[in-house]
Design a protein around this ligand. Structure first.
Ligand code: CP
Length: 305
């Protein structure tokens, strides 16, 4: 594999390999401090980002490599009308690997066809976000010790929340996993995820609008932000944005072993007072994302350590 466009390009064995590398980096960061010397990562971000872009950059620096790129389309020649394919072909002349975020679904795939170097999808529209899933998987692995026999509640904007789509696909491959899909009617998970992933794989799932009903059964609660930037109509966003707000009171009936996750950024869907609950894992996800991106860069550049 030379690119990471969709999480399903990675087998469960390859995912475990990335997790093992990430755990080794955590245990012995000095061993990895110079392994990418002379290599360059380009971060091409046509959409805003804090965690994904900066963790990719931190990852490459901590591997001894260098970083170049842009953080908004307006500061690149996309603003003059350059195509994604031409931008990727150009940047492939300067960098050894590219991480791309773009508002259009499929843009990183298009880039991968002309770049001539590995391309990583750092989020494409409302479609996929495979490296967030890598962060999520390392977090689940560290919190739960594995991936089997988990009841996973996904709550909020399941329609536009690209991290949800990648996580459902990835977790569907493990034994005994079941999903509780908690959303307003208008923000239900897309039909193609239901038919192509859940029903095709015979994965147990239920759809509900009630977080309260689901709470006592969950091993993982994955909260998501309502994705304002994907709405066509501001009035709909305003009506739906506070559909679910997790508070300490709502966690009272939850398991003591629950893990509360969120890809971040949060807006209003988790009260700040939840942050001190030992079950809150969302800032652990942030850090785990850096380690998994380090592991991914090593894999795609075929660096042996
Ligand atoms: N989780 C995530 O993708 O965050 P950013 O948008 O800040 O990169």
């Amino acid at each position: 594999m030379n690119n990471l466009i969709d999480i399903m390009q990675l087998s469960t064995e390859e995912l475990q390999g990335l997790i093992n590398t990430a755990l080794d980096i955590i245990a012995d960061p000095k061993k990895y401090a110079h392994v990418c010397e002379g290599k360059k990562l380009a971060t091409l971000f046509f959409e805003p980002s804090t965690r994904t872009r900066l963790s990719f950059e931190a990852a490459m620096y901590e591997l001894g490599g260098h970083v170049l790129g842009f953080s908004e389309a307006q500061s690149s020649s996309a603003a003059k009308g350059e195509s994604v394919a031409d931008t990727a072909r150009t940047v492939g002349c300067y960098a050894d690997i590219i991480a791309m975020r773009h508002p259009k679904e499929g843009a990183p795939l298009v880039a991968s066809r002309t770049a001539g170097v590995p391309v990583i999808n750092a989020g494409d529209g409302g479609h996929n976000h495979p490296t967030q899933t890598l962060a999520d998987l390392l977090t689940i692995y560290r919190e739960k010790g594995g991936f089997e026999n988990l009841t996973i509640g996904l709550c909020g904007d399941l329609k536009f929340g690209r991290t949800v789509h990648s996580l459902i696909s990835a977790m569907s491959r493990y034994k005994g996993v079941r999903f509780v899909l908690i959303s307003p009617e208008e923000l239900r998970v897309p039909r193609y995820i239901v038919t192509d992933v859940l029903e095709k794989g015979n994965i147990p799932y239920e759809e509900t609008t009630s977080l309260e009903d689901a709470m006592p059964r969950l091993d993982i609660l994955y909260m998501t932000r309502v994705q304002r930037e994907r709405f066509f109509n501001e009035a709909d966003y305003l009506r739906l944005k506070d559909s679910y707000v997790l508070t300490p009171e709502k966690l009272i009936p939850a398991k003591a072993t629950l893990s509360v996750m969120h890809p971040l950024p949060r807006v209003n869907e988790i009260a700040v007072s939840v942050d001190s609950d030992p079950r809150a894992c969302y800032f652990k996800q942030v850090l785990n994302g850096k380690y998994m991106r380090m592991a991914l860069i090593l894999k795609l550049l075929e660096v042996q350590v």
